[in-house]
Design a protein around this ligand. Structure first.
Ligand SMILES: O=C(O)CCC(=O)C(=O)O
Ligand SMILES: [Fe+2]
Length: 366
């Protein structure tokens, strides 16, 4: 008799957060209630002295005169080095496409649960509908429903997990992802120039880049002070592009100078962040930054997140140009596919995943 496949992971019952919300619970189920230290403290967010994350005007890098180009390039390098996060305006992605992706994502989340559950996210994977990064029965859960899809290269697509509803879902995700791919290449080109590297340095190294999209839906929560929309983490990607639903509450927070800072959405801008892979490639000059999502008492929130990373068969390690006596090599070389596997098979826990790549016993570790 053929052995019955048994999932080695037991995650217990996971409530669907939108369904839970519909029941208007008077108290939050314990699995969502964070330990005290992890709870968001809204009174501590964004003191008046704290600025919003930097803004990059991509049109100045593409069509600006020489002075505008240099000034914007400097702003880009500084944003990558000091913040690891920025918003990009005049990014070249049509507003109508931003609206279409938001519509299909929203329409998807509004489908009946049975329809969404036709594409279940299996424990230990990050494709399909459900909660990702859950590995045990006692792990706290995020106040979020996710739909995650692998896109490029075509070999990582799992079409069984692509919804057939709402109408135009696949076409829209594909069209959107093509444009976001162009944006990532464009940004990486300018990031390379800002680092005095060949403009194609990243592009040439990445091979057939991997791209995945994750739609996050955070229903309003009666006790935003007790839960997290998404646990603190850095992204395993090279670059991440995040679109926030129009009119959504502010929900994304980044950890900077030992404080959580709330990112104030700018209409039609896209939020970009440096992922672990760029941290390694730049030998820590540009760092991936820990971030999380919090919820709102009355408003739901949608985010559409694209991860852009090198091909799985690529070897990643600090670029020789960025390693020198003052900045000795901080990360080992490894296969990017192995890192991706490591990343998706561990719970989100700040920047812990990157320990995988850190060289032990150097004085300059941070
Ligand atoms: O929804 C957000 O603002 C954060 C999403 C995020 O960080 C992610 O999906 O990796
Ligand atoms: Fe993230």
């Amino acid at each position: 008799m053929a052995p019955i496949p048994v999932s080695p992971i037991s995650v217990g019952h996971i409530d669907d957060v939108q369904e839970l919300r519909k029941t208007k619970p008077s108290c939050i189920p314990q699995r969502f209630v964070r330990n005290r230290a992890e709870r968001p403290r809204f009174s501590m967010i964004n003191p008046p002295s704290c600025k919003n994350i930097p803004v990059i005007d991509l049109s100045k890098l593409q069509k600006g005169n020489k002075d505008e180009f240099q000034a914007e390039l400097l702003q880009l390098s500084t944003s990558c080095q000091d913040w690891g996060f920025f918003q990009v305006i005049n990014h070249g992605v049509e507003i109508s496409l931003l609206e279409s992706i938001e519509k299909v994502a929203m329409d998807f989340f509004m489908l009946p649960l049975e329809e969404k559950q036709k594409y279940p996210m299996k424990p230990g994977t990050v494709q399909g509908y459900g909660q990702a990064f859950v590995f045990s029965e006692d792990q706290k859960l995020d106040w979020c429903n996710m739909m995650a899809l692998g896109l490029e290269p075509k070999s990582i697509r799992n079409l069984k997990l692509w919804p057939t509803k709402p109408a135009n879902f696949s076409e829209t995700v594909e069209a959107y992802s093509r444009e976001i791919r162009k944006l990532c290449k464009n940004l990486l080109k300018h990031i390379a120039i800002g680092l005095s590297l060949n403009e194609n340095a990243f592009e040439d190294m990445f091979g057939a880049a991997v791209q995945a999209v994750r739609m996050n839906y955070y229903p309003a929560c009666p006790r935003p002070d007790l839960v997290l929309g998404l646990s603190p983490h850095s992204d395993g990607s090279a670059l991440t592009v995040l679109q926030q639903g129009k009119g959504s509450s502010a929900g994304l927070q980044i950890f900077k100078d030992n404080k959580w800072i709330s990112v104030q959405p700018i209409p039609n801008a896209l939020v970009i962040n440096i992922g672990d892979t760029i941290e390694v490639l730049t030998n820590g000059k540009y760092k991936s930054v820990e971030h999380r999502a919090v919820t709102h008492k009355e408003k739901d929130r949608l985010s559409i997140v694209t991860f852009y990373a090198p091909s799985y068969d690529i070897e990643v390690g600090p670029m020789p140009e960025l390693v020198n006596r003052n900045n000795p090599c901080k990360y080992r070389r490894y296969n990017h596919g192995e890192y991706s596997k490591h990343y998706v098979t561990n719970k989100l826990q700040g920047k812990k995943a990157l320990d995988f790549a850190k060289v032990k016993n150097t004085h300059s570790l941070n």
